[in-house]
Design a protein around this ligand. Structure first.
Ligand code: UDP
Length: 470
């Protein structure tokens, strides 16, 4: 009977793409002697981008089977409310889809042997199904080992206080083995408030991670050695298989920014892009625009539809909008000889690998970090949500591949003078020369990881062997 590996990504594009890349490696490793099914839970972030991506991969990589669970219109235990954490609904849907998961795995098992169920760490509510069916369970972190270290240490931190991290705020320093010191406010955004609907599930994840057969993470031994060692001391079965990056052929690319980039001088353009979900208020957009204009540097800037007043920093579904209306008056014309503003989306992997790009202002999403590392592009770290504040510390303090963007403590607002300063530094400063050097070294290590005998290739082979052993 042919074996099947089942992957269950969290339905947000940054999580999905990374896991599908893992799937492609699995198919290649087994030379198609194994089936691969990717399960998609219906309640997703930015479902338009997800649908486009799945349609595309289904055509170009037909050996990957996608199986969709229905969207749940209103998960009964979570009535619609403005105070609900954005991750809560998709997470609850995963729990409510457990009956579908059970049935799907049973159906697959009729004709195939399920060698492993690999779930995104956010899909933790699905873990009881693996136990019930006695299927080996693995957790996948599309993030770095620093996130794994944070999750593993969460139960200890939880027991040390009755307060939420948000209450402990900027003054309390948190020590997590393997990580630079963090302020409590820099913990993952779903962990900040212990009364929200996601915190409990993440706490439960932290308590149960070590019961799984293994933890797979999209990192490289050479990138985060301290965090990896700290995790390995607790969880010997950690498989660092990065970098798993989006293939340019799979990235949506409507914008004609690549031909514009090709006309710019080498290493002269600053690329500003804040992930699949990151958004700024009109006021913040105006401040960035002033900073960019005063810097006098070339730039390529991806701007998304600003949220309504008081809205968060994540845009959960893409909406068309009038770009001119959200930009400061006259900005686009005044900077048209050296800047390009792209609406909503740019093909980031291709952009970062263009000769013209000299620096990247990023929200520190882990895919973006790996993509920049593999292109040796120095970064300015401007974290917005999820585990990005922690990533910023790792990038600046440990990996030394980024400069920090200094923001107002209470609301994360960044003033124009700071944008101007960092953009100038990105293209010409002593600090940047140091950072560029580490970027180049990191790139070489990242590229070596999947070469013959490289650390990620070895880890992946060990992972596959653990599946063969059953
Ligand atoms: N991305 C892109 N173009 C954009 C914005 C994002 O291609 O305009 C891709 C980016 O290359 C990365 C992913 O979307 O692969 C974003 O993942 P990341 O982990 O950086 O951030 P998230 O969106 O999950 O916060």
């Amino acid at each position: 009977m042919k074996d099947t590996i089942v992957l269950y990504p969290f339905p947000a594009i940054g999580h999905l793409v990374s896991m599908v890349e893992l799937g492609k490696r699995i198919i290649c490793h087994y030379n198609h002697r194994l089936s691969l099914t990717v399960l998609i839970s219906g309640n997703s972030f930015n479902s338009a981008a997800i649908n486009l991506y799945i349609d595309h991969v289904s055509l170009t990589d037909p050996s990957i089977t996608f199986h969709r669970f229905p969207a749940l219109p209103n998960p009964p235990s979570l009535p619609p409310s403005p105070t609900i954490h954005p991750v809560a609904i998709p997470l609850e849907s995963i729990r409510l889809n457990n009956a579908n998961l059970l049935q799907t795995l049973q159906t697959i098992s009729e004709t195939s042997s399920v060698a492993a169920l690999v779930i995104d760490f956010f899909c933790h509510p699905a873990s009881p199904v693996a136990t019930e069916l006695n299927i080996p369970l693995y957790y996948y972190f599309p993030n770095g080992a620093s996130t794994v270290a944070m999750m593993l240490h969460l139960p200890n931190l939880h027991n040390q206080t009755n307060k939420s991290f948000s209450e402990l705020g900027n003054t309390t320093v948190i020590q997590i083995p393997g990580l630079p010191p963090l302020r409590a406010s820099q913990m993952g955004s779903s962990l900040l408030d212990r009364t929200n609907q996601v915190y409990d599930k993440m706490l439960d994840l932290g308590k149960n991670l070590l019961k799984s057969k293994g933890i797979i993470t999209n990192t490289i031994e050479a990138l985060e050695p301290k965090a990896i060692n700290a995790v390995r001391n607790q969880a010997p079965a950690i498989f660092c298989v990065g970098p798993l990056l989006a293939e340019p052929k799979d990235q949506y690319s409507a914008a004609d920014c690549l031909s514009w980039l090709d006309k710019q001088p080498s290493r002269s353009v600053i690329f500003l892009c804040f992930g699949s979900l990151g958004v700024f208020s009109v006021k913040q957009i105006a401040e960035i625009a002033v900073g960019l204009e005063r810097s006098g540097q070339r730039f390529l800037w991806v701007v998304k539809n600003p949220p309504p007043i008081g809205g968060g920093k994540m845009q959960l579904s893409a909406m068309d909008f009038d770009l001119e209306a959200v930009m400061p008056e006259g900005f686009l014309e005044r900077t048209s000889d050296r800047g390009l503003v792209v609406k909503s989306w740019a093909p980031q992997v291709e952009v970062l690998n263009r000769e013209a790009v000299g620096g990247f202002v990023t929200h520190c999403g882990w895919n973006s970090v790996l993509e920049a590392v593999c292109a040796a592009v120095p970064m300015v770290a401007w974290p917005l949500y999820a585990e990005q504040h922690m990533n910023k510390e790792v990038l600046v303090e440990e990996m030394r591949v980024a400069l920090p963007m200094e923001a107002e403590e209470e609301d994360g607002f960044v003033i124009a003078a700071e944008v101007e300063k960092r953009v100038r530094m990105l293209l010409d400063s002593e600090e940047m020369r140091e950072i560029s050097k580490s970027c180049q070294e990191m790139k070489e290590k990242a590229l070596a990881a999947w070469a013959e005998g490289g650390s990620s290739r070895v880890a992946f082979t060990e992972l596959a062997e653990s599946w063969n052993r059953g």
